[in-house]
Design a protein around this ligand. Structure first.
Ligand code: ZN
Length: 332
């Protein structure tokens, strides 16, 4: 043990005080040395996220209208939408005793002169895999990786990333039920949910100004040609934007098949509508339509085109029509 002299104690105390002081200075100075906090960046549409959102749906199992898995999927969709700040309305009715539930999520400013835009996809899956190459599996349910989950997944990822402040008008992300049991006993028709929704919105005087449908858009060999029943001007604007974004290979500007799909009910009510569908899919209505057939890149291309289309008000531009040329006088 050695003795400590008072002078040493003073020196040590001064040193300790200095350390505390410098530490306090450093603490105070630290935030000032860090870069000024920047606002949270606007999230971009992420294909991997969309793929994960499709996988969640596949994990619920086959999701035909009226089934417990369909109900659970719908409840999960509502939770996801509300978590991203969307207001969700349910549109429900019975079809031959089976409960059908469409879900409509709204955001953005209402009252735009060229109106609100619906972007839709069906979330139900077909009761039976009646196109399966194996005759023993024709009565099994379809899991609906591409025919069901892909479109709903893109809508949900859009709900996360759409900049609500930028939207020129209301966007209605709409999840249709009862699309996919056409030609089956007790169902007969396709697109039952969307058709009834269009009729009810028309009766209420509350139709959207335009409707864009996505269906079967997620496979690896993505090729979405023009759809035969779609509005030509609105289609052209979407395909031109896709080309502008470098996605021309996935959006060839060639005529494709005319489809009976969820846009038809809206076309019947006079709403300009477009169906983005890649019907060239070998697993359509088979037990092999599973989520492993999906491509994150394919989902991302469709999502990014739609986000820009909506945020930049390009639908409203088409609906407003070309600027009117000044009237010329004295010409026939
Ligand atoms: Zn189908």
């Amino acid at each position: 043990m050695r003795s400590v002299r008072p002078a040493q104690i003073l020196t040590m105390a001064a040193f300790a005080l200095a350390l505390v002081y410098l530490g306090w200075l450093g603490y105070g100075a630290l935030p000032a040395l860090l870069p000024t906090p920047t606002p949270t960046p606007i999230p971009e549409f992420d294909g991997a996220n969309a793929l994960a959102l499709a996988q969640v749906q596949c994990d619920f199992g086959p999701r035909p209208s009226g089934s417990p898995a369909n109900r659970r999927t719908g409840d999960w969709i509502v939770d996801e939408l509300e978590a991203h700040g969307w207001t969700v309305e349910a549109h429900e009715f019975l079809w031959n005793g089976v409960p059908v539930r469409n879900l409509i999520a709204k955001a953005g400013p209402p009252g735009h002169p060229s109106g609100n835009v619906m972007v839709g996809a069906h979330y139900d899956t077909r009761l039976v895999a009646d196109q399966d190459p194996d005759p023993g599996r024709l009565q099994e349910a379809v899991l609906g990786g591409n025919d069901g989950a892909s479109g709903a997944a893109v809508l949900l990822e859009m709900a996360r990333v759409l900049d609500k402040e930028k939207l020129p008008a209301e966007v209605w992300l709409t999840f249709f039920d009862a699309e996919d049991n056409g030609n089956l006993a007790g169902w007969e028709e396709w697109a039952i949910g969307s058709t009834r929704l269009a009729e009810d919105l028309a009766a209420a005087g509350d139709l959207p100004a335009a409707m864009i449908l996505i269906d079967m858009i997620g496979d690896t060999e993505q090729r979405i040609p023009f759809e035969g029943n779609s509005d030509p001007a609105l289609s052209q604007a979407i395909w031109d934007l896709a080309a502008e974004m470098g996605y021309g290979d996935s959006f060839p500007q060639t005529p494709g098949p005319a489809m009976i799909d969820d846009h038809i009910g809206f076309i019947r009510q006079g709403v300009p509508s477009v169906d983005l569908i890649d019907f060239d899919y070998p697993y359509w209505h088979t037990t092999a339509d599973t989520c492993d057939k999906l491509s994150a890149e394919s989902l991302e291309r469709v999502g990014k085109v739609l986000v820009r289309l909506l945020e930049e008000g390009r639908v409203q531009d088409v609906l407003a029509g070309p600027p009117t040329a000044p009237a010329t006088e004295g010409e026939p």
